[in-house]
Design a protein around this ligand. Structure first.
Ligand SMILES: Cc1cc2nc3c(=O)[nH]c(=O)nc-3n(C[C@H](O)[C@H](O)[C@H](O)COP(=O)(O)OP(=O)(O)OC[C@H]3O[C@@H](n4cnc5c(N)ncnc54)[C@H](O)[C@@H]3O)c2cc1C
Length: 392
């Protein structure tokens, strides 16, 4: 495996680095680096800047704004975004529904949705999970029954991330209750302003509002909003989930946070640099080594992905990436020490004498518990690794 970048790749990296650090407002990048929550407006503004420069959806077909980049270029693009603290293009749009519509939608659906999906003029939500249908997604019960030119949708979705911002939701719905469970599912696009659709907030352990329940009571959805063929939704969902998993290993983000943690350790108000404490130093070095190993694995996955399909080792990236993400968030709490108890003390305009990172430490730690659940829980990733990589 070649580990050095070619001259062209170095130039490409420089181009990305310059764009991300000069064109995306510093206020947005500082919000990301400070581990604060972004507003909807910040996420939209950032994606629109990227999209105007042709940098929002490089994996899509070129006709719809994609770039004919190598996997390595896409990897560099992603790493440099993380390095600069640029928010990733909204995953629901850029790596989930967009590629599904581009691959399986009719020409009419493509023209109607893809440009606005790339530019985030439509904010998409993901309506897959339901109570009792998470890991066992094919058990989903939300129904769509044909009535003239419409489907009538009834049921409940859950864990809908940022559904409070959503304009449209892409849903898996049961269209044939008689068929084997995977065979009776369709992929439907639903306007979230439709009558009978209600979004209810779920409060998280860190006090934030990031996920929701979405309820459907006799929601009328025009049949033309069906993507691809009736009852073929499971195939499209599998395609989508493969892309989702490939994008959830937060290597660059963890690297940036670990580098910040080392700076924070030097300034922690605990009688001198905490990096001089052998236990802390050993903890940091161990995480750095594990991160380096993960980075090399990410490059191996990039080198071995073909035809736009992620290598099965993307499950290793998801598993190890989220474990390291959680470990680094734990390290930051340790570094903050008792000050981490003042969780969120600088939120809502409240002044605090504590360093910003200490007040964020516990909130982020608690929030990152989610990482081993979403995008396919880590137990499920272990099963994929056991079956498809280790052949057990
Ligand atoms: C913060 C967050 C955001 C999310 N956002 C969205 C979203 O926007 N849209 C959406 O559709 N979904 C979303 N999800 C849902 C997510 O995909 C599911 O939570 C996930 O697939 C797990 O399903 P579950 O919660 O039903 O848990 P379950 O499947 O009930 O699992 C419970 C536990 O059992 C384990 N388990 C289950 N089956 C097996 C098995 N066969 N072998 C071994 N262990 C097993 C799991 O690993 C887990 O530890 C989100 C979840 C979270 C936490």
């Amino acid at each position: 495996m070649r580990l050095e970048l070619s001259e062209d790749e170095v130039a490409f990296r420089q181009e990305m680095r310059e764009f991300f650090t000069t064109k995306v407002p510093e206020s947005i990048r500082d919000t990301v680096k400070g581990r604060h929550e972004l507003t909807k407006e910040q996420i939209v503004e950032s994606q629109q800047i990227l999209n105007d420069a042709g940098l929002a959806v490089p994996s899509w077909p070129e006709e719809w704004g994609g770039r004919d980049w190598s996997n390595l270029q896409k990897h560099i693009w992603y790493q440099e975004m993380d390095r600069a603290g640029v928010p990733h293009p909204l995953a629901f749009n850029a790596s989930m529904v967009g590629p599904v519509i581009a691959a399986f939608g009719s020409q009419e659906i493509k023209e109607r949705f893809l440009p606005k999906t790339a530019s985030l003029d439509i904010w998409w939500s993901q309506g897959f999970s339901e109570p009792d249908a998470g890991s066992d997604l094919a058990s989903l019960r939300t129904t769509a029954v044909r009535d003239g030119d419409d489907f009538i949708v009834n049921g409940q979705k859950t864990w809908t991330t940022l559904g409070q911002y959503g304009d449209w939701i892409f849903c898996l719905v049961r269209t044939d209750p008689e068929a084997k469970k995977q065979a009776g599912i369709s992929f439907l696009l639903i306007d979230m302003k439709s009558e009978g659709l209600e979004v209810r907030p779920i409060e998280l352990i860190d006090g934030g509002h990031e996920v929701n329940e979405v309820w459907f009571s006799d929601v009328r959805v025009p049949a033309e909003n069906l993507v691809g063929e009736l009852n073929k939704g499971w195939d499209y969902a599998k395609f989508l989930l493969g892309n989702e998993r490939a994008g959830v290993a937060p290597v660059g983000q963890v690297k940036r946070t670990l580098a910040s943690a080392k700076e924070w350790a030097k300034t922690a108000d605990r009688g001198g640099s905490l990096l001089e404490d052998p236990l802390t130093a050993a903890q940091v070095v161990e995480l750095e080594n594990e991160l380096l190993a993960l980075e090399l694995t990410a490059l191996r996955v990039v080198a071995n992905s073909a035809d736009g399909k992620p290598h099965p080792a993307s499950s290793v990236l998801k598993l190890k990436g989220t474990e390291l993400q959680q470990a680094v968030s734990e390290l930051v709490v340790d570094l903050a020490g008792p000050a981490s108890l003042a969780s969120g003390s600088n939120e809502n305009g409240t002044e605090s004498a504590l360093a910003d990172w200490t007040a964020q430490a516990s909130q982020v730690y608690l929030n990152h518990r989610k990482a081993s659940i979403y995008g396919g829980s880590n137990e499920i990733q272990r099963q994929i690794i056991a079956k498809t990589i280790l052949g057990l």
